[in-house]
Write a protein of this length. Sequence first.
Length: 200
Amino acid sequence: MTRAPGPIAPRLRIGLLGGSFNPAHEGHRYISLLALRRLRLDAVWWLVSPQNPLKAETGMAALGERLAQARRIAHHPRIAVSAIEAELGTNYTIDTVRALKRRFPTLRFVWLMGGDNLIGFTRWKNWQRLARELPIAVIARPGAAREARASRAAAHLRRFAIPAEYAATLAMHAPPAWVFLEERLHRASSTAIRASGVWP
């Protein structure tokens, strides 16, 4: 049986931050802490993907290396780092979310993503279905906020948007429901870190 990455109890609000984390960086931590505060989450689970279907395997560090780095960066009692997708045998977010909802039916999950991911959200497998599976919080990323707001996915989901001032209620909304959060932006980037040659 798949174990939860962190403590669980009925009605806990859990943010899910998925990705390659190649490597994890302070931007991931910043987004997580912002989500804990603004969305009033009880915890955030980092779902370190064995292999993102939308990214090339070339240049992808081993899962164990990415997990270890993520744990070093997270370093917070309410952020749990996990390779649960490897345990579940899922590659796509929609399949992961469905599996987590089946395994932990009493938890209230919220999907967390950066604004740059909203721009490409329509490339995700069954993205419209995913939006109907759980609430989504989009956190603005440097240089991508305007394009994210003008994206095809944002246009499709616009009628389900919650004003940012009510972000703390997001986990209580039946999906589809989403919120776009803009605060001080963190400029850390996995792509830039890899380009610098310091990872892996």
